[in-house]
Ligand binder design. Structure first.
Ligand code: KG4
Ligand code: ZN
Length: 365
């Protein structure tokens, strides 16, 4: 069994970190104390500007970050004041280049002018750290009462990633497997587009699924040699073929004309059936990893972790209690970045050089 311990804090006993997140379409900043207490959390999403295009337009997202970043940071810092902030953490990858640049340039400038250490944060790793927040006096947050113990199995499911990661301790982790093609959130978004549900597709599919019959269609699960890898392109194509068949057309029928010929009931049944198989796909692998590695705790992270069907299936099939965080902390936010920043400070991880830090759009775990 992998040992379960935490290094004693080496320098500061209590630290307060400002987290800045701009990797996609959310301009976000938050302040976290000691890696467990959420002091502020501000998110401005440019999602409404992208809706008409059916997906995030990188240039529009970057411009929106430029307009919003200073007000968002000001609002996040206001309740505590700059003197209280011990360090700044910023997402430097993975993400959209133009979007990342805005957050990183702002954080570098603030680190230099406010004379604070700067921590470069991996966005995907940060998603997991949303689960370490256990306290807040902010209204409308429902947080777990204790933080996860190591070894920790993390199922990371977002618009850009589907991964299973085993954390032996902070900063000591192994990527067990990931998707070979689309991320699960991306598949939700694409299926929503096929059936004509609004962007972002994840919440739209989840809402439609409530009204549909999840056993109506049998979409296939990909069979892969690698125990912990996923594929979502097969089920997504199966949805397209099913929709074409339902309206009496074949595979040559254009996907963007489909939705207007599907009934509400057909859309709801497709949403429910797809959601069930997509969620089952990631939960199947999480169960296998749980049996193999016997972790002390299991968390789900990333935008799709807000999904109630995923929470239900994880609770039903993983034989330990899973503490889910507030759905608002599953989609992109600054709190997860600040939390990981706190742990970087606490465990003396190297700070970034604010004159040198560069973005890494393709950063992986
Ligand atoms: O983590 P996130 O905010 O951004 C990335 O890092 O990608 O995740 C966004 C993804 C989108 O694909 C969105 O459709 C999906 O998370 N999502 C959901 C739900 N809420 C957001 N998927 C399923 N059910 C939800 N309730
Ligand atoms: Zn994300």
């Amino acid at each position: 069994m992998i040992c379960q311990y935490e290094h004693p804090p080496a320098t500061l006993l209590v630290m307060v970190v400002l987290g800045i997140e701009t990797s996609c379409d959310e301009t976000a900043a938050a302040v976290v104390k000691d890696g467990n207490e959420l002091l502020s959390n501000e998110v401005f999403s440019s999602m409404d500007l992208h809706k008409v295009y059916g997906g995030v337009v990188p240039e529009i997202a970057a411009r929106s970050h430029i307009e919003s970043i200073i007000p968002v940071i000001d609002q996040a810092v206001a309740p505590v004041g700059w003197d209280t902030i011990d360090g700044i953490a910023v997402t430097y990858g993975a993400g959209l280049g133009g979007s990342l640049l805005v957050g990183v340039m702002t954080a570098k400038t603030l680190a230099i002018t406010k004379k604070k250490p700067l921590y470069a944060i991996n966005h995907v790793e940060a998603h997991v750290y949303a689960n370490f927040l256990t306290k807040t006096s902010l209204p409308a947050y429902s947080l777990p009462s204790s933080r996860p113990a190591f070894p920790l199995l993390a199922l990371i499911v977002s618009g850009g990633h589907s991964q299973l990661v085993l954390f032996r301790n902070h900063f000591d982790y192994t990527l067990l497997g990931q998707t070979r093609d689309d991320a699960i959130g991306e598949a939700f978004d694409k299926v929503a587009k096929i059936v004509g549900l609004p962007y972002p597709g994840g919440p739209s599919i989840a809402e439609a699924a409530h009204l549909g019959d999840a056993s109506k269609f049998k979409f296939p699960k990909a069979k892969l040699d690698h125990k912990y890898e996923y594929s979502f392109s097969g089920p997504k194509t199966a949805v397209l073929r099913q929709a074409q068949e339902l309206i009496g057309e074949d595979y040559t029928f254009s996907s963007h004309l489909l939705s207007e010929r599907l009934s509400e009931a057909q859309k709801n049944d497709i949403a429910a059936s797809f959601q069930r198989v997509a969620v089952e796909t990631v939960v199947d692998k999480a169960v296998l990893a749980f049996e193999e590695f016997k972790p002390e705790s299991v968390v789900i992270a990333g935008g799709v972790a807000a999904n109630q069907e995923l929470r239900r299936q994880m609770s039903d099939r993983i034989p330990i209690k899973i503490h889910f965080t507030d759905p608002k902390l599953c989609t992109d936010n600054g709190a997860m970045v600040a939390t990981l920043g706190c742990f970087k400070m606490k465990y003396n991880q190297p700070a970034a050089d604010p004159y040198e830090l560069q973005i890494e759009p393709n950063l992986s775990m």
